[in-house]
Design a protein around this ligand. Structure first.
Ligand code: UDP
Length: 324
């Protein structure tokens, strides 16, 4: 298939691009490089610099590149930032995605995989979270992704779009060739690993008064390779007609506290992690752990690299070879 990956120069998009190429697909990456890196895009992909908000350009890419399916990764994705600049999230996530959907409809592109998020659930009533649980985002980031999911549903109903929305829990880890390099970095695992290097700032733990086993937030960390495999499986199932309008959680099913991440990082690096306690971060739910049963049942997807040790170890190897 000829697949457009929006945001394919980003951390997760670059790993997905690698996996799609390995699976024999043709990949066109569209990225505005607001966050992505040129050298993160595999040689075998066609790289196009452009912005999703430029609808003429998107239409042109879909037609010229004879795109059959879209994996839509391009988005603003920081919970904290979304609480102070929601307008950016509505523009980059909602408006840009609606433009993409319109362009796809106009061009007859009927298959789409969306990079969505566990943040759509807000403060869940129970754990682990299933796809049938209520959605009530507690931050603007989650709200904007939920809006895009709903737009895909109505495009499915009205125009026959076939889609899968993949609700990521906490993507982390690295492959041998791709890893995380954000500016600014806000994610826990890379910040913790940076904190053990000389002259780096210590890690601030955002609150220790949550109702969890050590008072710090619990998250479900999922290896970026496992995430990428799920995208390929979802897309191939859409193509074969096995899926039409589906939502899947992408998590390992196991939650770890921030304190446990610090402890595993200490073991992996052999160094003490300099840390201090700070206040809670606005918009952070106490616990987010996935039930990944649905995607296991439907697509046979099972995470194979998502123990916390393997995630942290792979991230540490990446960071040691690619200081950023
Ligand atoms: N976190 C933290 N200090 C940091 C960054 C994150 O204590 O410097 C916590 C954060 O409150 C959350 C968890 O680590 O409970 C994971 O946060 P991250 O930003 O990596 O991902 P998110 O859960 O926001 O998608």
């Amino acid at each position: 298939m000829r697949i457009l990956v929006t945001g394919g120069a980003g951390y997760i998009g670059s790993v997905i691009t690698d996996r799609l190429l390995e699976a024999g697909h043709s990949v066109i990456v569209l990225d505005n490089f607001s966050k992505g890196h040129r050298d993160a895009v595999a040689q075998g992909a066609t790289l196009i610099e452009g912005d999703l908000l430029d609808s003429k350009r998107v239409l042109d890419v879909l037609a010229r590149e004879r795109v059959a399916a879209v994996i839509h990764m391009a988005a603003s994705s920081l919970v904290g930032e979304s609480m102070t600049a929601p307008e950016r999230y509505y523009r980059n996530n909602v408006i840009a995605s609606l433009g993409l959907l319109e362009a796809m409809n106009e061009s007859g592109v009927k298959l789409m995989v969306l990079s969505s998020t566990a943040a759509v659930y807000g403060e869940p009533q129970k754990q682990p979270i299933t796809e049938a649980d209520p959605t009530a985002p507690s931050n603007a980031y989650g709200e904007t992704k939920l809006t895009v999911e709903r737009a895909m549903f109505w495009h499915h109903r009205a125009h026959g779009l076939r889609y899968a929305s993949l609700r990521y829990f906490n993507a982390a880890g690295a492959t041998a060739t791709r890893g995380e390099c954000h500016d600014p970095e806000t994610h826990l695992i890379p910040l913790v690993l940076k904190a053990v290097t000389p002259h780096a700032p210590h890690i601030t733990v955002f609150g220790n008064d949550y109702p969890t086993r050590d008072g710090t937030c619990v998250r479900d960390y999922i290896h970026v390779s496992d995430l990428a495999c799920a995208h390929v499986a979802a897309l191939e199932a859409l193509e074969s007609g096995k899926l039409s309008d589906s939502i899947f959680n992408l998590g390992s099913g196991t939650g770890y506290t921030v304190g446990e991440v610090l402890e595993v990082s200490r073991k992996v690096t052999g160094k003490t992690v300099p840390m201090e306690l700070g206040p809670r971060r606005d918009g952070d739910p106490a616990v987010l752990v996935a039930s990944a049963q649905h995607i296991r049942d439907v697509l046979g997807w099972v995470p194979t690299h998502s123990s916390l040790e393997e995630i942290v170890d792979s991230a540490w190897r990446w960071m040691s070879g690619h200081p950023c």
